[in-house]
Write a protein that binds this ligand. Structure first.
Ligand code: ADP
Ligand code: MG
Length: 334
């Protein structure tokens, strides 16, 4: 069964379509990352799925329950870390969590233990009795995360969970979420701008732009969408003969960067093997200091797919493989 399944879900404000008819599935046990520029509709989507905003079109099912009809059931099995959380600043972190535990009807001794465990889990045990007013932004975010876990959710929605956290904090939270997913099988649906984290942490990724889901799948699915075949990066030592030796290569090369002593190039022919490149360089007496296969990373995919259509500098962000200068032109730069 799908953890989350949406059917044409959308939200309009007047004539403005903030979220435009999204249909996608997230399997139970997935870690799904929703990414997109500011204003793309991530928060709106998440709020509709969590029942804090009603959709104008379509619907969604959370663990099989219809968000339009079974909101109360859904609330019991999900946790939600919203974009911004309101706190009662006079309460301590411990009091705040205990208050929410009681809202979920968790009995006192169990609630006390749960609160202690959660404060420990999110790294706030040492500040449990300080008023929330004295918490830093990162600490408040940890407290909000603990709050979203108070009912042992099966599905966790996190709207920019690591916003405002220092790099160590981000790493700790990611580890914690990873453990929740691996050990307790919690399905995670998160939005973030930390693309490097998404590519290592999420097994599926959705890209939202102007309210539309423009791509959805694993990182490899997204690469395939852009017809990204693997390319090879080579750095060779530069000397007076380099230009003539590069004049007639047997495959398509793109000169990427030239310095006083080195030339970087990208070989982007399909099905090219590293061995063939090495053989050719040996024959040409070209000495290399680096050689590696490279795949398009999520940043490149993201920028290519969400590029504004009138972007004059778009060539700067297209990946190397799409640039295919004639070899003659390349050599003239050497
Ligand atoms: N209550 C509202 N009234 C009108 N427009 C809204 C409202 N809430 C959000 N929007 C608009 O909807 C779009 C999507 O917003 P949001 O979901 O917050 O984007 P994201 O989280 O991806 O940055 C934005 O253009 C935003 O200005
Ligand atoms: Mg948002």
């Amino acid at each position: 069964m799908y953890g989350i399944s949406t059917v044409g879900i959308g939200k309009t404000y007047g004539s403005f379509r903030a979220v435009d008819s999204l249909t996608f599935n997230v399997k139970s046990g997935d870690i799904f990352g929703l990414i997109g520029p500011n204003g793309a509709g991530k928060t709106t989507t998440m709020r509709m799925l969590c029942g804090t905003l009603s959709p104008t079109t379509g619907t969604a099912f959370i663990a099989g329950y219809d968000i339009a009809k079974e909101n109360i059931r859904i609330k019991k099995i999900i946790g939600f870390l919203p974009e911004s959380t309101g706190f009662y600043n006079w309460m301590s972190g411990e009091e705040y969590l205990y208050y929410f535990a009681r809202l979920y009807d968790i009995e006192e001794p169990i609630a006390r233990k749960k609160v202690r465990d959660l404060l420990d889990r999110v790294g706030l045990a040492g500040r449990a009795f300080a008023p929330v007013a004295y918490y830093s932004r990162g600490m408040k975010q940890r407290l909000a995360l603990a709050r979203s876990l108070i009912n042992d959710p099966k599905i966790l929605f996190l709207d920019e969970p690591t916003l405002g956290m220092d790099p160590r904090g981000q790493q700790e939270i990611q580890k914690m979420l990873s453990d929740l997913n691996l050990e307790d099988g919690v399905t995670i649906f998160l939005s973030t701008h930390a693309l490097t984290d998404v590519s290592t942490f999420c097994n599926r990724i959705g890209i939202l732009n102007h309210g539309k889901l423009i791509a959805c799948g694993s990182l490899n699915d997204l690469r395939n969408l852009l017809n990204d075949s693997t390319s090879i990066f080579v750095r060779i030592l530069r000397n007076q003969e380099t230009a003539s030796r590069l004049a007639h290569p047997p495959f398509k090369i793109t000169i990427d960067n030239v310095t006083e002593d080195s030339v970087d190039m990208i070989i982007s022919d399909e099905n090219i093997e590293l061995d063939e490149v090495i053989d050719w360089m040996r024959k040409q007496n070209l000495k290399f200091t680096e050689l590696r296969q490279q795949k398009m990373n999520l940043d490149e995919i993201f920028f290519r797919l969400t590029k504004p259509s009138n972007d004059k500098d778009s060539t700067l962000i297209t990946v190397n493989k799409s640039r295919s200068p004639q070899v003659g032109q390349s050599s003239s730069r050497l």
